[in-house]
Write a new protein. Structure first.
Length: 103
């Protein structure tokens, strides 16, 4: 049987790491085969703040945004209609160039 740590925390106040929970369960006689992290990998995602927004010159529904990650300022093309200057948003840093988009 697989048990989610989040589900378990709905019933028991736990302030332990998943490995520590597995050790405790094993000590009381419950066999733990494996501990797996099933969440997404966000190691290449940072928070970016929108500094400036202007209309795209060749598209009615796109915007040209200037965003900062705290380390660098980047030009971004955005299609969201609900953006505002000063707003923060997740920004994926590419591990490798996206063919045709990033030189």
């Amino acid at each position: 049987m697989q048990v989610s740590l989040r589900w378990l925390k709905d019933y028991v106040d736990i302030d332990l790491t998943p490995a520590e929970v597995a050790d405790c369960l094993t000590m009381v006689g419950l066999e733990v085969d494996a501990v797996r992290d099933v969440g997404p990998d966000f190691t290449h995602v940072v928070v970016a703040k929108i500094l400036a927004i202007r209309p795209h010159p060749n598209a009615d529904k796109l915007h040209l945004c200037e965003v900062t990650t705290g380390e660098e300022t980047l030009p971004i093309v955005c299609g969201a209609s609900n953006i505002q200057e000063g707003m923060s948003s997740p920004w994926p840093r590419w591990v490798r160039p996206f063919r045709g988009a990033i030189p």
